[in-house]
Design a protein around this ligand. Structure first.
Ligand code: ATP
Ligand code: MG
Length: 358
C-alpha cells in the first residue's frame, strides 16, 4: 500500500451549518482538492454521541452533503460519503479503543465542555468520540486533516494513538510488509484568519451548531435579511476599530468580526484593519453584511437546488461509501493481520483495484 498524501475530514450532521464550519473547514476542503486525493465524510456516528431525532439526523446528513457540493467539493473526483455506510470506522474504533489510554481521554476538553456538569449522564460514545475520530482518519491512512482550531487536541490524540499502535505492533507490522510503521502521523491543517470563529453573542465562546441561540451564529442557509439582522445584533464594544492587530487585544468581539471579514474577503487581518481602522462598528457592520450576503448567497441558492433532489444526494453518498469502503477495507485487512485476528485471505483483487483508482 502506498503512503501517498491523502486528505480526510468530517462534519457532523448536528443541525445548522454555520460560518465557522464554512470558513474553518469547508473552504479548506475545496482548496485542497487540486493537490490531494480527498475524502470528506458526513460523520453521522459522531452526531449520535448526543441525542439526535432520527428524521432530523437524516435530513441534516443530506443537508451537509448538499453544502459540500454547493461549496465546490467535487464528488466524482473526490469522495463524499456518510460515516455509518462504511463499517470500518466502527471496527477500527474498537481496536483503537484498546490502544488509547483512559488517561489520554480524560484530558480532552471537548468532552468536558459538551458533557457539562452532569458528566455521569453523558453517553459513553461522547467520551470515546476522539477515538472514533482517530479511526475515521486512520482507516484511510490519511496524511492531512483540515479542521478548525477546536479539533487540534483531538488530532494530537489521533497522532498518539497511531504512534502507540505502530510501536505496540511493530513486529507484526513489519511482518505484514510495512517497514516504517503502519499508520502515518496525520497532520492537522489549521491556518488562516478564521480557524476559530466565535459566537456573535460572546467573543469568548466558539460559534457552534449546538449553541441554543440562533443569534450566536450565521447559518449557511440564512437569507440576506437574517444575516443582516444577526450581524447588526452582534455584540461589540463602544470603541472604533483599531488600525493594527495589537489594538485588538482584550477585544474578542472586534477581533472576531474583523477576522470573519478577512476570511470572507480573502485578505489578511492586517489589511482589513488598515482599511477600517478608526471606523465605527455601524459602518464596519454594514460592509460585513454586504460581504457575507455576497459570499453566502450563491452557496445558499445552490444548496437549495441540490437539496431538492434527495435521490441525487443519496446516490452521491452511496457511491462515495462504496469507494471509501474499498480503501478502508484494505486497511482493515492489514489491521486484522497485524492485531492477530484470524481471517480468510479474501481481500479480493477487485477491491484492491477499486481502491487503487482513488
Ligand atoms: P457541534 O456543536 O455539534 O460540535 P460544530 O459547530 O462544532 O458542531 P462540527 O461538525 O463539530 O461542528 O465541526 C466540523 C468542522 O468545523 C471541524 O473541522 C471543526 O473544527 C470546524 N469548526 C466548528 N466550529 C468552528 C468555528 N467556530 N470556527 C472554525 N471552525 C469550526
Ligand atoms: Mg464540534
Amino acid at each position: 500500500m502506498s503512503t501517498e498524501k491523502r486528505v480526510f475530514s468530517g462534519v457532523q450532521p448536528t443541525g445548522n451549518l454555520h460560518l465557522g464550519n464554512y470558513l474553518g473547514a469547508i473552504t479548506k476542503f475545496v482548496a485542497l482538492q487540486d493537490t490531494y486525493n480527498c475524502i470528506y465524510c458526513v460523520v453521522d456516528m459522531h452526531a449520535i454521541t448526543v441525542w439526535q431525532d432520527p428524521a432530523a439526523l437524516r435530513s441534516s446528513t443530506r443537508e451537509v452533503t448538499a453544502a459540500f457540493i454547493a461549496s465546490g467539493v467535487d464528488p466524482k473526483k473526490h469522495i463524499i460519503f456518510n460515516q455509518s455506510q462504511v463499517s470500518a470506522h466502527a471496527e477500527l474504533a474498537w481496536i483503537l479503543n484498546c490502544v488509547a489510554r483512559v488517561g489520554w481521554l480524560n484530558r480532552m476538553t471537548q468532552f468536558k465542555d459538551k458533557a457539562g456538569k452532569d458528566r455521569e449522564n453523558a453517553s459513553v460514545g461522547l467520551y470515546v468520540y476522539p477515538v472514533l475520530m482517530a479511526a475515521d482518519i486512520l482507516a484511510y491512512r490519511a496524511t492531512h486533516v483540515p479542521v478548525g482550531d477546536d479539533q487540534k487536541q483531538h488530532l494530537e490524540l489521533a497522532r498518539d494513538i497511531a504512534q502507540k499502535f505502530n510501536v505496540d505492533f511493530a513486529e507484526t507490522i513489519s511482518a505484514e510488509g510495512f517497514a516504517e510503521g503502519f499508520f502515518p502521523q496525520p497532520e492537522p491543517l489549521i491556518s488562516g484568519p478564521a480557524t476559530r470563529v466565535m459566537s456573535l453573542r460572546d467573543g469568548r465562546a466558539k460559534m457552534s451548531k449546538s449553541d441554543p441561540s440562533d443569534l450566536s451564529r450565521i447559518n449557511i442557509a440564512d437569507d440576506a435579511e437574517t444575516i443582516a439582522k444577526k450581524i447588526k445584533k452582534a455584540k461589540t464594544d463602544p470603541e472604533p476599530l483599531p488600525s493594527d492587530k495589537k489594538g485588538l487585544e482584550g477585544r474578542p468581539e472586534a477581533e472576531n468580526l474583523a477576522g470573519i471579514y478577512a476570511a470572507l474577503s480573502e485578505q489578511t487581518l492586517e489589511a482589513v484593519l488598515r482599511e477600517f481602522g478608526g471606523a465605527q462598528f455601524s459602518k464596519f457592520k454594514n460592509a460585513l453584511i454586504d460581504l457575507a450576503v455576497e459570499k453566502l448567497g450563491p452557496i445558499r441558492a445552490e444548496m437549495k437546488r441540490i437539496s431538492a433532489d434527495s435521490a441525487y444526494i443519496d446516490g452521491v453518498l452511496s457511491d462515495g461509501a462504496e469507494r471509501a469502503s474499498c480503501i478502508a477495507g484494505e486497511t482493515m485487512h492489514h489491521v486484522r493481520n497485524i492485531v492477530g485476528f484470524v481471517q480468510a485471505e479474501k481481500f479480493a483483487p477487485k477491491h484492491a483495484k477499486l481502491a487503487a483508482r482513488h
